[in-house]
Design a protein around this ligand. Structure first.
Ligand code: IVH
Length: 694
């Protein structure tokens, strides 16, 4: 018989061993056992933990796989504000930074580090155990993402050794290595999901996932670069980080102590080139004063420490040959010229295609097929061509004609006033536009129809089963069965998911319609403002522009959309299918404004007009568009209409400022707090960080 005590010992032994091998694999990059043996040991632990829940430990290595429960993130105030660094692109400014400090303090130790390109995180450890992980947020308050962070295998859950302070924070960068990024985007492409533009967005987006099991699969990593606390073991940066390395943290091996500007510049020049072969993205070098007493004496400005600076690398570019140009038709009919390139390595990935923007850009850069061209990665997914190496041009490089007909349907292309792009106007007869609209409609942020990806939509279209978004709602499982590679179960899933989409809130339906320029946020504001599709359809340009985010261009696009009888007939079919054409009534937060008629007018500083209107309804009040004798009060911002003001004065209607209105709601006001301004200089908080944040 195995005693319960023996079970406990076995569980603890497995945990210790798994933590050890985890550290060897993810932090030291030198595994001692095979993946197979590791997985076997992990399974043993998971089974034992399930059988003996009394030995549950929230920091067991088994939490690395995450959970599929969805979690909301609580807001947490940072014990020490998370500041940013002042940036420079100039070696001269950087030398001045070094020389200014040396001028004041004499020879100084500087620590040069890589600037990792991900998203900042602050980890709190108590008695050697990870208790909290918080994002930067606005610098003062961030999101508690502990459950997600626990799945990042290079972050120790329980520390090694015994010389760590009882309580400390360690900060660093969570990032996505290129291999994880490429794998993630390849998976998303196959599933018809939108792609992440770069590893930084992918890391930040992943960290905010609501299911930690999803985070666990995405291969995030974390390097720590900063400690904060009252009882750190050493009085300088580099020794503290070396100690942290011995406790199990991943600390950069490329941290170097430098003296004087020349050594700092040498470090920068080396890494500007050497970073290209790192497996993760970096965007600069951070130079920090090593000694804490000197840091204290240098202090902080409102936003950043005076003892550190970031030198940012210029965007990487590569030179390669332009082989040919394709023209792609997007869901809105916009034509995008795409360059096919001789494959070239750029910022960690191989680039074969690049955007050429539009005809004007091609003419301005005088780009010809056969040219050697410069490619850069900006914030977008597809890299762009930024110039031509004219010295490499040969007689074979010929200017090429921009197309005047749609490459897909042959329709004559049009150009809208003030826009550089060409468009195919054949909305209802051009395949990529039709398919693109359907793919947009089923997307996660729109109607979220699972199981249907870009490829299946293409097949449905080719088989004549779906010609527009409304056709989705007449599909039957038997129709889908004819499609190749689609089993009965997948067909049922699709049908169920289409059925479920009927309950998707109105704002997402409005976004899903794919009206040009109406993005996710605009759709949300419009849904809150108009409350129903009928109200949107009835609104003229002026009325449309009363909604936040809707300007001239968007209003015209909306009117154009509803003027098309094809769209009206699609909408009628969607209405009959039972989709949500009205915004949900929001749950009340209080009755503070019960029975009150309120007018909101002017421009505000803390909230948008629509946010104030939403608040009024949440607290039981009624929004009025104009002042009348039954108006109880006006919430007035800057530049309130003079007519309204005159009428209010005549009728003796009370006028409240935004601040007074918020005070009136008092504690019952439960809307999200407005973004706080950055940390003010010379506050009490700053006194604290000056002694504790290194
Ligand atoms: S030190 C007080 N070191 O860059 C500032 N930051 O604007 C503490 N970053 O938010 C930051 N690599 O997310 C520091 N080696 C490094 C870094 C680094 C990347 C990020 C960090 C910070 C931003 C600076």
């Amino acid at each position: 018989m195995v005693s319960i005590e023996q079970i406990r010992e076995q569980i603890e032994g497995l945990r210790r061993e798994l933590s050890y091998h985890n550290h060897k694999y993810y932090v030291c990059n030198s595994p001692e056992i095979s993946d197979f043996d590791f997985d076997k040991m992990m399974r043993q632990l998971v089974d034992l933990e399930a059988a003996y829940p009394q030995f549950y430990d929230p920091l067991s290595p088994s939490v690395r796989v995450g959970s599929d429960r969805t979690s909301e993130f609580a807001s947490v105030a940072h014990r020490y504000p998370m500041l940013s660094l002042s940036n420079t692109y100039s070696i001269e400014e950087l030398s001045q930074f070094v020389e200014r400090i040396e001028g004041e303090y004499g020879p100084t130790e500087f620590v040069c580090e890589l600037k990792f390109d991900g998203t900042a995180i602050s980890l709190t450890y108590e008695h050697g155990r990870l208790v909290r992980a918080v994002t930067r947020g606005d610098g003062t308050t961030g999101d508690d993402v502990t459950a997600n962070v626990k799945t990042i295998r290079s972050i120790p859950l329980v520390l090694s050794g015994n010389d760590y302070p009882d309580l400390f924070e360690i900060r660093g960068e969570i990032f996505m290595p290129y291999t994880s990024f490429d794998r993630l985007n390849a998976e998303r492409e196959a599933a018809g999901d939108s792609l992440f533009a770069n590893p930084r967005n992918a890391a930040a987006g992943t960290l905010k996932q609501q299911q930690s099991a999803v985070v666990a699969k995405r291969g995030l990593d974390c390097i720590l670069y900063q400690m904060a606390g009252d009882n750190l073991p050493f009085t300088n940066h580099i020794e503290n980080l070396s100690a942290a390395r011995s406790w199990g943290f991943k600390i950069s091996e490329y941290m170097t102590l430098c003296h004087g500007a020349a050594e700092v510049i040498e470090y920068i020049n080396h890494w500007d080139e050497a970073r290209k072969s790192l497996p993760y993205p970096t965007d600069g070098v951070v130079i920090k004063v090593n000694d804490f007493a000197q840091r204290r004496s240098l202090g902080f400005t409102a936003k950043s420490p005076r003892w550190a600076v970031a030198y940012k690398f210029k965007a990487e570019s590569a030179l390669t040959k332009l082989l040919s140009v394709d023209f792609q038709v997007g869901r809105t009919g916009a034509i995008t010229p795409v360059a096919n390139l001789e494959p070239v390595l750029l910022a960690g990935t191989t680039v074969k295609r690049a955007s050429l923007h539009n005809a004007e850009q091609i003419a301005a850069l005088d780009i010809r097929v056969g040219d050697m061209v410069y490619v850069e990665k900006g914030g977008e997914i597809i890299p762009k061509i930024t110039g031509v190496e004219l010295s490499a041009r040969t007689a074979e490089c010929k200017p090429f004609e921009y197309i005047d007909r749609c490459p897909e349907c042959g329709a004559e292309l049009v150009r809208f006033e003030g826009e550089a792009k060409h468009y195919c106007p054949n909305q209802s007869g051009c395949r990529p536009q039709i398919v693109g609209r359907i793919v947009h409609f089923i997307g996660r942020k729109a109607l979220n129809i699972d199981g249907l990806g870009g490829e299946t939509v293409e097949l449905l279209f080719e088989n004549g089963l779906v010609r527009d978004i409304a056709d989705l709602y007449t599909l039957k499982a038997a129709d889908l069965a004819v499609l190749p590679r689609l089993g009965e179960k997948s067909a049922d899933n699709i049908i169920n998911s289409i059925e479920a989409s009927k309950a998707v809130p109105f704002a997402r339906l409005l976004f899903g319609l794919g009206i040009r320029f109406v993005g996710e946020t605009t759709a949300k504001y419009m849904a809150a403002h108009f409350k129903s599709l009928d109200a949107v359809m009835a609104a003229d340009k002026q009325a449309l522009m009363e909604s936040d985010e809707v300007g001239d261009k968007i209003a015209e696009s909306i009117i154009g959309y509803f003027a098309d009888p094809v769209n009206i007939s699609i909408l009628e079919r969607l209405r009959c299918a039972g989709l949500q054409f009205e915004a949900e009534a929001t749950e009340r937060h209080s009755d503070t404004l019960e029975g009150k008629n309120i007018v909101v007018s002017g421009k505000f500083t803390l909230h948008s007009r629509d946010e104030l209107k939403a608040l009024i309804e949440l607290h039981g009040g009624k929004n009025q568009s104009g002042v009348s004798s039954n108006t109880d009060f006006i919430v007035a911002g800057e530049n309130m209409g003079p007519a309204k003001l005159q009428k209010a004065e005549k009728l003796g209607v009370k006028i409240l400022t935004e601040q007074q209105f918020i005070e009136l709601l008092g504690d019952s006001n439960s809307e999200p707090a407005p973004i706080k301004p950055a940390v003010e200089p010379q506050t009490k908080t700053e006194q604290v960080i000056q002694t504790s944040l290194f």
